[in-house]
Write a protein that binds this ligand. Structure first.
Ligand SMILES: Nc1ncnc2c1ncn2[C@@H]1O[C@H](COP(=O)(O)OP(=O)(O)OP(=O)(O)O)[C@@H](O)[C@H]1O
Ligand SMILES: [Mg+2]
Length: 561
Protein backbone atom coordinates (compact mmCIF):
# COMPACT_ATOMS: atom_id res chain seq x y z
CA UNK A 1 0.00 0.00 0.00
CA UNK A 2 1.33 3.43 -0.86
CA UNK A 3 2.27 5.60 2.15
CA UNK A 4 0.35 8.81 2.55
CA UNK A 5 1.87 12.15 3.55
CA UNK A 6 0.63 13.45 6.87
CA UNK A 7 1.66 17.04 7.57
CA UNK A 8 2.25 17.96 11.21
CA UNK A 9 2.33 21.72 11.88
CA UNK A 10 3.39 23.11 15.24
CA UNK A 11 5.80 25.86 16.33
CA UNK A 12 7.09 23.70 19.19
CA UNK A 13 9.52 20.93 18.12
CA UNK A 14 8.71 18.89 21.22
CA UNK A 15 5.07 18.73 20.32
CA UNK A 16 5.94 17.76 16.77
CA UNK A 17 8.07 14.99 18.12
CA UNK A 18 5.27 13.75 20.35
CA UNK A 19 2.83 13.66 17.39
CA UNK A 20 5.43 11.73 15.47
CA UNK A 21 5.74 9.17 18.18
CA UNK A 22 1.99 8.75 18.48
CA UNK A 23 1.41 8.45 14.74
CA UNK A 24 4.44 6.37 13.84
CA UNK A 25 2.44 3.14 14.10
CA UNK A 26 0.12 4.22 11.28
CA UNK A 27 2.95 3.47 8.87
CA UNK A 28 2.39 6.68 6.93
CA UNK A 29 4.89 9.30 5.88
CA UNK A 30 5.06 12.03 8.53
CA UNK A 31 6.20 15.49 7.42
CA UNK A 32 6.88 18.17 10.01
CA UNK A 33 6.53 21.93 9.70
CA UNK A 34 7.29 24.45 12.43
CA UNK A 35 5.42 27.36 10.99
CA UNK A 36 2.53 28.16 8.67
CA UNK A 37 5.03 29.25 5.99
CA UNK A 38 6.94 25.96 6.27
CA UNK A 39 3.64 24.11 6.14
CA UNK A 40 2.69 25.91 2.92
CA UNK A 41 6.04 25.05 1.35
CA UNK A 42 5.50 21.36 2.17
CA UNK A 43 1.99 21.52 0.81
CA UNK A 44 3.21 22.87 -2.48
CA UNK A 45 6.03 20.36 -2.66
CA UNK A 46 4.12 17.18 -1.65
CA UNK A 47 0.68 15.81 -1.93
CA UNK A 48 -0.66 15.86 1.61
CA UNK A 49 -3.48 13.58 2.73
CA UNK A 50 -4.11 14.85 6.26
CA UNK A 51 -2.95 18.01 8.08
CA UNK A 52 -2.54 18.19 11.79
CA UNK A 53 -2.12 21.84 12.81
CA UNK A 54 -1.77 23.74 15.99
CA UNK A 55 -4.33 26.48 16.39
CA UNK A 56 -2.00 28.80 18.25
CA UNK A 57 1.14 29.66 16.42
CA UNK A 58 3.10 32.91 16.79
CA UNK A 59 3.24 34.26 13.21
CA UNK A 60 0.01 33.01 11.70
CA UNK A 61 -2.43 31.04 13.74
CA UNK A 62 -4.00 27.79 12.58
CA UNK A 63 -7.18 29.46 11.30
CA UNK A 64 -5.21 31.74 8.98
CA UNK A 65 -3.14 28.81 7.78
CA UNK A 66 -6.27 26.78 7.00
CA UNK A 67 -7.96 29.54 5.05
CA UNK A 68 -4.80 29.93 2.98
CA UNK A 69 -4.59 26.20 2.35
CA UNK A 70 -8.19 26.11 1.16
CA UNK A 71 -7.33 28.64 -1.55
CA UNK A 72 -5.35 25.94 -3.33
CA UNK A 73 -7.56 23.78 -5.53
CA UNK A 74 -5.70 20.61 -4.54
CA UNK A 75 -6.49 21.12 -0.88
CA UNK A 76 -10.15 22.17 -1.05
CA UNK A 77 -11.27 18.99 0.70
CA UNK A 78 -8.18 17.86 2.56
CA UNK A 79 -8.81 16.83 6.14
CA UNK A 80 -7.41 19.35 8.64
CA UNK A 81 -7.37 18.45 12.30
CA UNK A 82 -6.76 21.26 14.78
CA UNK A 83 -4.85 20.76 17.96
CA UNK A 84 -5.95 23.30 20.57
CA UNK A 85 -3.98 23.72 23.76
CA UNK A 86 -6.55 25.79 25.52
CA UNK A 87 -10.18 24.92 26.02
CA UNK A 88 -11.94 26.43 23.04
CA UNK A 89 -15.24 28.19 23.30
CA UNK A 90 -18.04 27.04 21.03
CA UNK A 91 -17.85 30.21 18.80
CA UNK A 92 -14.10 29.64 18.36
CA UNK A 93 -14.74 26.09 17.31
CA UNK A 94 -17.37 27.22 14.84
CA UNK A 95 -14.91 29.77 13.45
CA UNK A 96 -12.47 26.94 12.94
CA UNK A 97 -15.05 24.83 11.09
CA UNK A 98 -16.00 27.83 8.98
CA UNK A 99 -12.33 28.28 8.07
CA UNK A 100 -12.17 24.66 6.88
CA UNK A 101 -11.21 22.50 9.84
CA UNK A 102 -12.81 19.10 9.89
CA UNK A 103 -11.99 17.99 13.44
CA UNK A 104 -10.36 18.94 16.72
CA UNK A 105 -8.17 17.22 19.23
CA UNK A 106 -7.59 18.92 22.48
CA UNK A 107 -4.64 18.93 24.78
CA UNK A 108 -3.75 16.88 26.68
CA UNK A 109 -3.71 14.64 23.71
CA UNK A 110 -5.00 11.13 24.14
CA UNK A 111 -2.71 9.17 21.76
CA UNK A 112 -5.35 6.61 20.80
CA UNK A 113 -7.82 9.34 19.95
CA UNK A 114 -5.31 11.25 17.82
CA UNK A 115 -4.17 8.08 16.09
CA UNK A 116 -7.77 6.96 15.48
CA UNK A 117 -8.75 10.33 14.01
CA UNK A 118 -5.74 10.56 11.70
CA UNK A 119 -6.28 6.96 10.60
CA UNK A 120 -9.95 7.63 9.77
CA UNK A 121 -9.04 10.63 7.65
CA UNK A 122 -6.14 8.82 6.03
CA UNK A 123 -8.51 5.96 5.13
CA UNK A 124 -11.04 8.44 3.82
CA UNK A 125 -8.35 10.02 1.70
CA UNK A 126 -7.33 6.62 0.31
CA UNK A 127 -10.93 5.66 -0.48
CA UNK A 128 -11.59 9.03 -2.07
CA UNK A 129 -8.48 8.68 -4.21
CA UNK A 130 -9.48 5.15 -5.21
CA UNK A 131 -12.94 6.38 -6.11
CA UNK A 132 -11.51 9.21 -8.17
CA UNK A 133 -9.22 6.76 -9.92
CA UNK A 134 -12.07 4.37 -10.64
CA UNK A 135 -14.16 7.24 -11.79
CA UNK A 136 -11.63 8.56 -14.21
CA UNK A 137 -10.96 5.05 -15.44
CA UNK A 138 -14.65 4.66 -16.00
CA UNK A 139 -14.82 7.95 -17.77
CA UNK A 140 -11.94 6.93 -19.95
CA UNK A 141 -13.65 3.66 -20.79
CA UNK A 142 -16.91 5.42 -21.45
CA UNK A 143 -15.23 7.86 -23.77
CA UNK A 144 -13.35 5.02 -25.46
CA UNK A 145 -16.57 3.10 -25.94
CA UNK A 146 -18.28 6.22 -27.18
CA UNK A 147 -15.51 6.77 -29.69
CA UNK A 148 -15.71 3.13 -30.76
CA UNK A 149 -19.45 3.38 -31.10
CA UNK A 150 -19.15 6.55 -33.09
CA UNK A 151 -16.57 4.93 -35.33
CA UNK A 152 -18.70 1.86 -35.88
CA UNK A 153 -21.81 3.88 -36.48
CA UNK A 154 -19.86 5.93 -39.02
CA UNK A 155 -18.70 2.72 -40.62
CA UNK A 156 -22.28 1.46 -40.64
CA UNK A 157 -23.45 4.67 -42.22
CA UNK A 158 -20.76 4.36 -44.88
CA UNK A 159 -21.61 0.71 -45.51
CA UNK A 160 -25.23 1.63 -45.73
CA UNK A 161 -24.50 4.36 -48.25
CA UNK A 162 -22.32 2.01 -50.23
CA UNK A 163 -25.03 -0.62 -50.18
CA UNK A 164 -27.64 1.85 -51.31
CA UNK A 165 -25.34 2.94 -54.09
CA UNK A 166 -24.76 -0.66 -55.14
CA UNK A 167 -28.45 -1.43 -55.03
CA UNK A 168 -29.13 1.61 -57.17
CA UNK A 169 -26.44 0.58 -59.61
CA UNK A 170 -27.66 -3.02 -59.73
CA UNK A 171 -31.23 -1.86 -60.25
CA UNK A 172 -30.10 0.40 -63.06
CA UNK A 173 -28.07 -2.41 -64.66
CA UNK A 174 -31.01 -4.76 -64.35
CA UNK A 175 -33.37 -2.24 -65.88
CA UNK A 176 -30.97 -1.66 -68.73
CA UNK A 177 -30.54 -5.39 -69.27
CA UNK A 178 -34.30 -5.87 -69.22
CA UNK A 179 -34.78 -3.03 -71.68
CA UNK A 180 -32.15 -4.57 -73.95
CA UNK A 181 -33.74 -7.98 -73.63
CA UNK A 182 -37.13 -6.50 -74.39
CA UNK A 183 -35.71 -4.73 -77.43
CA UNK A 184 -33.98 -7.92 -78.60
CA UNK A 185 -37.17 -9.93 -78.14
CA UNK A 186 -39.16 -7.31 -79.98
CA UNK A 187 -36.73 -7.32 -82.90
CA UNK A 188 -36.70 -11.10 -82.84
CA UNK A 189 -40.48 -11.26 -82.96
CA UNK A 190 -40.67 -8.72 -85.76
CA UNK A 191 -37.91 -10.70 -87.48
CA UNK A 192 -39.81 -13.96 -87.28
CA UNK A 193 -42.99 -12.32 -88.43
CA UNK A 194 -41.31 -10.46 -91.26
CA UNK A 195 -39.25 -13.46 -92.23
CA UNK A 196 -42.36 -15.62 -92.43
CA UNK A 197 -44.32 -13.10 -94.43
CA UNK A 198 -41.37 -12.41 -96.72
CA UNK A 199 -40.95 -16.12 -97.33
CA UNK A 200 -44.56 -16.51 -98.41
CA UNK A 201 -44.30 -13.40 -100.54
CA UNK A 202 -41.21 -14.80 -102.14
CA UNK A 203 -43.10 -17.90 -103.17
CA UNK A 204 -45.89 -15.83 -104.63
CA UNK A 205 -43.47 -13.56 -106.48
CA UNK A 206 -41.74 -16.65 -107.75
CA UNK A 207 -44.98 -17.90 -109.27
CA UNK A 208 -45.76 -14.45 -110.69
CA UNK A 209 -42.31 -13.88 -112.16
CA UNK A 210 -42.05 -17.40 -113.53
CA UNK A 211 -45.43 -17.21 -115.21
CA UNK A 212 -44.87 -13.70 -116.53
CA UNK A 213 -41.54 -14.51 -118.12
CA UNK A 214 -43.00 -17.59 -119.81
CA UNK A 215 -45.96 -15.55 -120.95
CA UNK A 216 -43.59 -12.99 -122.39
CA UNK A 217 -42.04 -15.68 -124.60
CA UNK A 218 -45.38 -16.94 -125.81
CA UNK A 219 -47.04 -13.64 -126.51
CA UNK A 220 -47.32 -12.63 -130.14
CA UNK A 221 -45.32 -9.51 -131.02
CA UNK A 222 -47.25 -6.59 -129.68
CA UNK A 223 -45.60 -3.48 -128.24
CA UNK A 224 -48.39 -2.57 -125.86
CA UNK A 225 -48.74 -5.99 -124.33
CA UNK A 226 -45.00 -6.25 -124.05
CA UNK A 227 -44.85 -2.92 -122.21
CA UNK A 228 -47.58 -3.98 -119.82
CA UNK A 229 -45.89 -7.28 -119.22
CA UNK A 230 -42.55 -5.51 -118.77
CA UNK A 231 -44.16 -3.29 -116.12
CA UNK A 232 -45.60 -6.29 -114.34
CA UNK A 233 -42.22 -8.05 -114.35
CA UNK A 234 -40.45 -4.92 -113.09
CA UNK A 235 -42.96 -4.47 -110.28
CA UNK A 236 -42.61 -8.11 -109.27
CA UNK A 237 -38.83 -7.74 -109.31
CA UNK A 238 -39.05 -4.68 -107.06
CA UNK A 239 -41.28 -6.66 -104.75
CA UNK A 240 -38.67 -9.36 -104.78
CA UNK A 241 -35.93 -6.82 -103.89
CA UNK A 242 -38.07 -5.63 -101.02
CA UNK A 243 -38.55 -9.15 -99.70
CA UNK A 244 -34.78 -9.56 -99.92
CA UNK A 245 -34.38 -6.54 -97.62
CA UNK A 246 -36.93 -7.99 -95.25
CA UNK A 247 -35.13 -11.31 -95.23
CA UNK A 248 -31.83 -9.52 -94.72
CA UNK A 249 -33.11 -7.72 -91.66
CA UNK A 250 -34.67 -10.95 -90.37
CA UNK A 251 -31.24 -12.55 -90.89
CA UNK A 252 -32.76 -15.18 -93.07
CA UNK A 253 -31.43 -14.29 -96.42
CA UNK A 254 -29.54 -16.81 -98.40
CA UNK A 255 -25.97 -15.52 -98.00
CA UNK A 256 -23.13 -16.56 -100.23
CA UNK A 257 -20.05 -15.60 -98.23
CA UNK A 258 -16.83 -15.43 -100.21
CA UNK A 259 -13.39 -13.98 -99.60
CA UNK A 260 -13.81 -10.31 -100.40
CA UNK A 261 -11.02 -7.86 -100.97
CA UNK A 262 -12.39 -4.46 -100.05
CA UNK A 263 -10.54 -2.40 -102.64
CA UNK A 264 -11.63 -4.74 -105.41
CA UNK A 265 -15.22 -4.59 -104.22
CA UNK A 266 -15.14 -0.82 -103.89
CA UNK A 267 -13.71 -0.42 -107.38
CA UNK A 268 -16.80 -2.23 -108.70
CA UNK A 269 -19.27 0.09 -107.04
CA UNK A 270 -17.43 3.37 -106.76
CA UNK A 271 -19.13 4.89 -109.81
CA UNK A 272 -22.50 3.74 -108.59
CA UNK A 273 -21.93 5.26 -105.14
CA UNK A 274 -20.71 8.55 -106.58
CA UNK A 275 -23.81 8.73 -108.77
CA UNK A 276 -26.09 7.74 -105.93
CA UNK A 277 -24.90 10.49 -103.57
CA UNK A 278 -24.76 13.20 -106.24
CA UNK A 279 -22.21 15.86 -107.16
CA UNK A 280 -22.53 18.04 -104.07
CA UNK A 281 -21.08 15.37 -101.82
CA UNK A 282 -17.38 14.78 -101.55
CA UNK A 283 -16.29 11.18 -100.89
CA UNK A 284 -12.99 10.60 -99.10
CA UNK A 285 -11.49 7.14 -99.02
CA UNK A 286 -9.17 5.98 -96.27
CA UNK A 287 -8.33 2.30 -96.66
CA UNK A 288 -5.57 0.86 -94.49
CA UNK A 289 -2.67 -0.74 -96.39
CA UNK A 290 -2.36 -4.54 -96.28
CA UNK A 291 -6.00 -4.92 -95.41
CA UNK A 292 -6.95 -8.56 -94.93
CA UNK A 293 -9.84 -9.97 -96.94
CA UNK A 294 -13.25 -10.39 -95.34
CA UNK A 295 -15.63 -13.29 -95.40
CA UNK A 296 -18.96 -11.87 -96.49
CA UNK A 297 -21.56 -11.99 -99.22
CA UNK A 298 -20.13 -9.51 -101.74
CA UNK A 299 -23.48 -8.55 -103.31
CA UNK A 300 -25.03 -7.90 -99.93
CA UNK A 301 -22.03 -5.86 -98.79
CA UNK A 302 -22.34 -3.70 -101.90
CA UNK A 303 -26.00 -3.21 -101.11
CA UNK A 304 -25.17 -2.35 -97.48
CA UNK A 305 -22.62 0.28 -98.57
CA UNK A 306 -25.15 1.77 -100.95
CA UNK A 307 -27.68 1.96 -98.10
CA UNK A 308 -25.20 3.74 -95.85
CA UNK A 309 -24.18 6.21 -98.57
CA UNK A 310 -27.80 6.96 -99.42
CA UNK A 311 -28.58 7.52 -95.74
CA UNK A 312 -25.68 9.98 -95.52
CA UNK A 313 -26.81 11.73 -98.68
CA UNK A 314 -30.38 12.04 -97.41
CA UNK A 315 -29.15 13.39 -94.08
CA UNK A 316 -26.87 15.98 -95.69
CA UNK A 317 -29.45 17.16 -98.16
CA UNK A 318 -27.11 16.90 -101.12
CA UNK A 319 -24.09 18.80 -99.80
CA UNK A 320 -21.34 17.67 -97.43
CA UNK A 321 -18.72 14.98 -97.21
CA UNK A 322 -18.58 11.27 -96.58
CA UNK A 323 -15.48 9.56 -95.23
CA UNK A 324 -15.15 5.85 -95.88
CA UNK A 325 -12.58 4.36 -93.53
CA UNK A 326 -11.60 0.72 -93.69
CA UNK A 327 -9.09 -0.93 -91.41
CA UNK A 328 -8.40 -4.08 -89.46
CA UNK A 329 -9.58 -2.73 -86.15
CA UNK A 330 -10.27 -3.86 -82.65
CA UNK A 331 -13.67 -5.46 -82.49
CA UNK A 332 -16.41 -4.05 -80.26
CA UNK A 333 -17.22 -5.76 -76.97
CA UNK A 334 -20.27 -7.46 -78.43
CA UNK A 335 -18.10 -9.65 -80.66
CA UNK A 336 -16.04 -12.63 -79.67
CA UNK A 337 -12.29 -12.66 -80.13
CA UNK A 338 -11.07 -12.94 -83.64
CA UNK A 339 -9.89 -10.77 -86.50
CA UNK A 340 -12.25 -8.27 -88.02
CA UNK A 341 -12.28 -5.61 -90.70
CA UNK A 342 -14.11 -2.43 -89.77
CA UNK A 343 -15.85 -0.43 -92.48
CA UNK A 344 -16.85 3.00 -91.22
CA UNK A 345 -19.01 5.48 -93.11
CA UNK A 346 -18.92 8.94 -91.53
CA UNK A 347 -20.86 11.95 -92.70
CA UNK A 348 -20.87 15.55 -91.52
CA UNK A 349 -24.64 15.84 -91.69
CA UNK A 350 -26.97 16.98 -88.94
CA UNK A 351 -26.60 13.76 -86.91
CA UNK A 352 -29.36 12.13 -84.89
CA UNK A 353 -30.91 13.03 -81.58
CA UNK A 354 -31.06 10.42 -78.78
CA UNK A 355 -34.47 8.91 -79.55
CA UNK A 356 -33.76 8.67 -83.32
CA UNK A 357 -30.36 7.08 -82.68
CA UNK A 358 -31.91 4.58 -80.29
CA UNK A 359 -34.42 3.47 -82.91
CA UNK A 360 -32.44 3.91 -86.12
CA UNK A 361 -31.72 0.20 -86.61
CA UNK A 362 -35.24 -0.80 -85.72
CA UNK A 363 -36.99 -2.31 -88.73
CA UNK A 364 -39.52 0.01 -90.38
CA UNK A 365 -38.29 2.99 -88.37
CA UNK A 366 -37.86 5.96 -90.67
CA UNK A 367 -38.02 9.72 -90.34
CA UNK A 368 -38.24 10.18 -94.08
CA UNK A 369 -41.99 10.41 -94.41
CA UNK A 370 -44.46 8.15 -96.18
CA UNK A 371 -43.28 6.69 -99.46
CA UNK A 372 -39.72 8.01 -99.01
CA UNK A 373 -38.06 5.42 -96.78
CA UNK A 374 -38.93 1.87 -95.79
CA UNK A 375 -36.91 2.09 -92.58
CA UNK A 376 -35.22 -1.17 -93.55
CA UNK A 377 -31.85 0.19 -94.68
CA UNK A 378 -29.96 0.10 -91.40
CA UNK A 379 -31.76 -2.98 -90.14
CA UNK A 380 -30.71 -4.74 -93.31
CA UNK A 381 -27.08 -3.71 -92.79
CA UNK A 382 -27.25 -4.80 -89.18
CA UNK A 383 -28.86 -8.10 -90.22
CA UNK A 384 -26.10 -8.70 -92.76
CA UNK A 385 -23.36 -7.89 -90.23
CA UNK A 386 -24.88 -10.16 -87.59
CA UNK A 387 -25.57 -13.02 -90.00
CA UNK A 388 -21.99 -12.76 -91.25
CA UNK A 389 -20.60 -13.04 -87.71
CA UNK A 390 -19.89 -9.32 -87.35
CA UNK A 391 -21.62 -6.33 -85.81
CA UNK A 392 -22.90 -2.84 -86.48
CA UNK A 393 -22.45 0.24 -84.31
CA UNK A 394 -23.85 3.73 -84.70
CA UNK A 395 -22.38 6.91 -83.31
CA UNK A 396 -24.18 10.18 -83.79
CA UNK A 397 -24.91 13.48 -82.09
CA UNK A 398 -27.09 16.34 -83.22
CA UNK A 399 -24.92 18.74 -85.18
CA UNK A 400 -21.91 16.41 -85.12
CA UNK A 401 -22.63 14.04 -88.00
CA UNK A 402 -23.10 10.30 -88.02
CA UNK A 403 -20.71 7.41 -88.13
CA UNK A 404 -21.81 3.87 -88.94
CA UNK A 405 -19.29 1.10 -88.29
CA UNK A 406 -19.68 -2.40 -89.69
CA UNK A 407 -17.35 -5.13 -88.45
CA UNK A 408 -16.93 -8.20 -90.62
CA UNK A 409 -14.81 -11.25 -89.91
CA UNK A 410 -11.49 -11.65 -91.67
CA UNK A 411 -11.53 -14.52 -94.14
CA UNK A 412 -9.57 -17.63 -93.30
CA UNK A 413 -6.98 -18.95 -95.71
CA UNK A 414 -9.13 -21.96 -96.58
CA UNK A 415 -11.05 -22.60 -99.73
CA UNK A 416 -13.31 -19.54 -99.50
CA UNK A 417 -14.09 -18.40 -102.98
CA UNK A 418 -12.62 -15.18 -104.27
CA UNK A 419 -14.94 -12.23 -104.83
CA UNK A 420 -14.58 -12.48 -108.56
CA UNK A 421 -15.82 -16.02 -108.39
CA UNK A 422 -19.42 -15.06 -108.04
CA UNK A 423 -21.96 -17.02 -110.05
CA UNK A 424 -21.46 -16.29 -113.67
CA UNK A 425 -24.26 -15.55 -116.04
CA UNK A 426 -26.16 -18.54 -117.23
CA UNK A 427 -25.25 -17.57 -120.75
CA UNK A 428 -21.63 -18.57 -120.03
CA UNK A 429 -22.66 -22.05 -118.97
CA UNK A 430 -22.82 -24.61 -121.72
CA UNK A 431 -26.45 -25.50 -122.26
CA UNK A 432 -27.62 -28.92 -121.20
CA UNK A 433 -28.74 -30.68 -124.23
CA UNK A 434 -31.30 -33.37 -124.27
CA UNK A 435 -34.44 -33.92 -122.45
CA UNK A 436 -34.30 -34.40 -118.68
CA UNK A 437 -36.94 -35.92 -116.48
CA UNK A 438 -37.18 -33.73 -113.38
CA UNK A 439 -39.03 -34.50 -110.18
CA UNK A 440 -40.39 -31.23 -108.72
CA UNK A 441 -41.25 -31.33 -105.00
CA UNK A 442 -43.08 -28.31 -103.56
CA UNK A 443 -46.03 -28.07 -101.22
CA UNK A 444 -47.17 -24.85 -102.91
CA UNK A 445 -48.89 -25.74 -106.23
CA UNK A 446 -48.51 -22.14 -107.44
CA UNK A 447 -44.76 -22.35 -107.14
CA UNK A 448 -44.40 -25.82 -108.58
CA UNK A 449 -46.62 -24.84 -111.48
CA UNK A 450 -44.21 -22.02 -112.30
CA UNK A 451 -41.19 -24.34 -112.03
CA UNK A 452 -42.86 -26.99 -114.14
CA UNK A 453 -43.77 -24.42 -116.80
CA UNK A 454 -40.18 -23.18 -116.92
CA UNK A 455 -38.84 -26.74 -117.17
CA UNK A 456 -41.24 -27.61 -119.95
CA UNK A 457 -40.36 -24.42 -121.73
CA UNK A 458 -36.73 -25.54 -121.61
CA UNK A 459 -37.77 -28.80 -123.24
CA UNK A 460 -37.66 -31.05 -120.20
CA UNK A 461 -40.27 -33.33 -118.66
CA UNK A 462 -41.44 -32.37 -115.22
CA UNK A 463 -43.25 -34.53 -112.69
CA UNK A 464 -44.90 -32.66 -109.83
CA UNK A 465 -45.49 -33.88 -106.27
CA UNK A 466 -46.58 -31.83 -103.25
CA UNK A 467 -44.74 -33.61 -100.42
CA UNK A 468 -41.50 -35.38 -99.61
CA UNK A 469 -43.27 -38.65 -98.93
CA UNK A 470 -44.88 -38.61 -102.37
CA UNK A 471 -41.46 -37.98 -103.87
CA UNK A 472 -39.95 -40.94 -102.01
CA UNK A 473 -42.85 -43.12 -103.11
CA UNK A 474 -42.33 -42.23 -106.78
CA UNK A 475 -38.57 -42.80 -106.47
CA UNK A 476 -39.29 -46.15 -104.85
CA UNK A 477 -41.47 -47.15 -107.78
CA UNK A 478 -38.38 -47.22 -109.95
CA UNK A 479 -39.43 -44.20 -111.92
CA UNK A 480 -36.38 -42.87 -113.64
CA UNK A 481 -35.53 -39.30 -112.85
CA UNK A 482 -32.49 -37.32 -113.91
CA UNK A 483 -32.75 -34.57 -111.30
CA UNK A 484 -34.83 -33.72 -108.20
CA UNK A 485 -35.75 -30.10 -107.46
CA UNK A 486 -37.17 -29.74 -103.96
CA UNK A 487 -38.45 -26.89 -101.87
CA UNK A 488 -37.05 -26.77 -98.33
CA UNK A 489 -39.85 -25.60 -96.03
CA UNK A 490 -42.61 -28.14 -96.36
CA UNK A 491 -44.90 -29.55 -93.73
CA UNK A 492 -43.96 -33.07 -92.62
CA UNK A 493 -40.57 -33.77 -94.07
CA UNK A 494 -38.40 -30.79 -95.07
CA UNK A 495 -36.44 -30.56 -98.29
CA UNK A 496 -33.17 -30.99 -96.38
CA UNK A 497 -34.44 -34.21 -94.77
CA UNK A 498 -35.67 -35.51 -98.11
CA UNK A 499 -32.29 -34.66 -99.68
CA UNK A 500 -30.45 -36.62 -97.04
CA UNK A 501 -32.53 -39.73 -97.70
CA UNK A 502 -32.05 -39.37 -101.46
CA UNK A 503 -28.28 -38.89 -100.99
CA UNK A 504 -28.18 -42.11 -98.96
CA UNK A 505 -30.38 -44.24 -101.20
CA UNK A 506 -29.87 -42.81 -104.68
CA UNK A 507 -26.42 -41.32 -104.48
CA UNK A 508 -26.13 -40.68 -108.20
CA UNK A 509 -29.28 -38.62 -108.38
CA UNK A 510 -28.50 -34.85 -108.38
CA UNK A 511 -30.61 -32.67 -106.10
CA UNK A 512 -31.36 -28.97 -106.36
CA UNK A 513 -32.58 -27.46 -103.10
CA UNK A 514 -34.71 -24.36 -103.62
CA UNK A 515 -35.31 -22.22 -100.58
CA UNK A 516 -36.44 -18.74 -99.78
CA UNK A 517 -34.17 -18.01 -96.87
CA UNK A 518 -31.22 -19.28 -94.92
CA UNK A 519 -33.06 -21.72 -92.75
CA UNK A 520 -31.08 -24.81 -93.59
CA UNK A 521 -29.49 -26.74 -90.77
CA UNK A 522 -25.72 -26.49 -90.61
CA UNK A 523 -25.23 -29.97 -91.99
CA UNK A 524 -22.00 -30.78 -93.79
CA UNK A 525 -23.78 -33.65 -95.51
CA UNK A 526 -25.86 -31.16 -97.44
CA UNK A 527 -22.88 -29.29 -98.85
CA UNK A 528 -23.12 -31.43 -101.96
CA UNK A 529 -26.47 -29.94 -102.87
CA UNK A 530 -26.98 -27.30 -105.50
CA UNK A 531 -28.92 -24.37 -104.10
CA UNK A 532 -31.43 -22.15 -105.82
CA UNK A 533 -32.63 -19.00 -104.10
CA UNK A 534 -36.30 -18.26 -104.51
CA UNK A 535 -37.59 -16.49 -106.48
CA UNK A 536 -35.45 -17.77 -109.34
CA UNK A 537 -35.59 -16.94 -113.00
CA UNK A 538 -35.66 -19.41 -115.86
CA UNK A 539 -31.99 -18.60 -116.54
CA UNK A 540 -31.03 -19.39 -112.96
CA UNK A 541 -32.98 -22.64 -113.18
CA UNK A 542 -31.23 -23.48 -116.39
CA UNK A 543 -27.88 -22.83 -114.77
CA UNK A 544 -28.73 -24.98 -111.78
CA UNK A 545 -29.73 -27.86 -114.08
CA UNK A 546 -26.46 -27.40 -115.87
CA UNK A 547 -24.50 -27.60 -112.64
CA UNK A 548 -26.45 -30.65 -111.59
CA UNK A 549 -25.54 -32.49 -114.73
CA UNK A 550 -21.88 -31.41 -114.87
CA UNK A 551 -20.51 -31.77 -111.34
CA UNK A 552 -16.85 -30.95 -112.18
CA UNK A 553 -17.73 -27.55 -113.56
CA UNK A 554 -20.10 -26.85 -110.72
CA UNK A 555 -17.43 -27.04 -108.01
CA UNK A 556 -15.72 -24.01 -109.50
CA UNK A 557 -18.65 -21.89 -110.48
CA UNK A 558 -21.34 -23.06 -108.17
CA UNK A 559 -23.34 -21.06 -105.72
CA UNK A 560 -22.89 -23.86 -103.25
CA UNK A 561 -21.98 -23.33 -99.61
N1 LIG B 1 -26.38 9.18 -91.78
C1 LIG B 1 -27.49 9.50 -91.09
N2 LIG B 1 -27.66 10.74 -90.58
C2 LIG B 1 -28.76 11.06 -89.90
N3 LIG B 1 -29.78 10.21 -89.67
C3 LIG B 1 -29.70 8.98 -90.17
C4 LIG B 1 -28.55 8.54 -90.89
N4 LIG B 1 -28.73 7.25 -91.23
C5 LIG B 1 -29.94 6.90 -90.77
N5 LIG B 1 -30.54 7.91 -90.14
C6 LIG B 1 -31.85 7.90 -89.48
O1 LIG B 1 -32.23 6.56 -89.25
C7 LIG B 1 -33.46 6.27 -89.86
C8 LIG B 1 -33.48 4.84 -90.32
O2 LIG B 1 -32.56 4.63 -91.38
P1 LIG B 1 -32.79 3.43 -92.37
O3 LIG B 1 -31.71 3.43 -93.38
O4 LIG B 1 -32.99 2.18 -91.58
O5 LIG B 1 -34.17 3.74 -93.03
P2 LIG B 1 -34.50 4.92 -94.05
O6 LIG B 1 -33.24 5.45 -94.62
O7 LIG B 1 -35.38 5.87 -93.34
O8 LIG B 1 -35.31 4.17 -95.14
P3 LIG B 1 -34.66 3.39 -96.42
O9 LIG B 1 -33.33 2.93 -95.99
O10 LIG B 1 -35.60 2.31 -96.70
O11 LIG B 1 -34.57 4.39 -97.48
C9 LIG B 1 -33.56 7.30 -90.97
O12 LIG B 1 -34.91 7.54 -91.32
C10 LIG B 1 -32.90 8.51 -90.33
O13 LIG B 1 -33.80 9.17 -89.46
MG1 LIG C 1 -31.76 4.17 -95.44
Amino acid sequence: MERLNILLVDDQPAKLLSYEVILKDLGENLIKAQSAREALEQLLRNEIAVILADVCMPEQDGFELVSMIREHPRYQNTAIIFVSAVMMTEPDRLRGYAAGAVDYVSVPIVPDVLRAKVRVFADLYRKTKELERLNSELELRVSQRTAELEASSEQLRRLNEELEHRIEQRTREREEALAQLFEAQKIDTIGQLTGGVAHDFNNLLMAILGSLSLLKKRLPEDDRSERLLGNAIQAAERGSALTQRLLAFARRQELKPTTVDFEQLFANIEDLLVKAVGQGIDIKLDVAPDLPSMLVDANQLELALLNLFVNARDAMDGAGSIILQVDAADHPGSLSDGRYVCIRVTDNGPGMDGPTLARATEPFFTTKGPGKGTGLGLSMVQGLAAQSGGALELASRPGAGTSVSVWLPVAGTSSDLVAGGRVDDASDVPTVTGELTVLVVDDDPLVSMGTVAMLEDLGHIAVEVTSASQALQLLGEEKRFDIVITDHSMPGMTGAELSRIILDSYSSLPIILASGYAELPDDQGLNELIRLTKPFSQDQLKEALQQAKTPQVSTVQSNRH
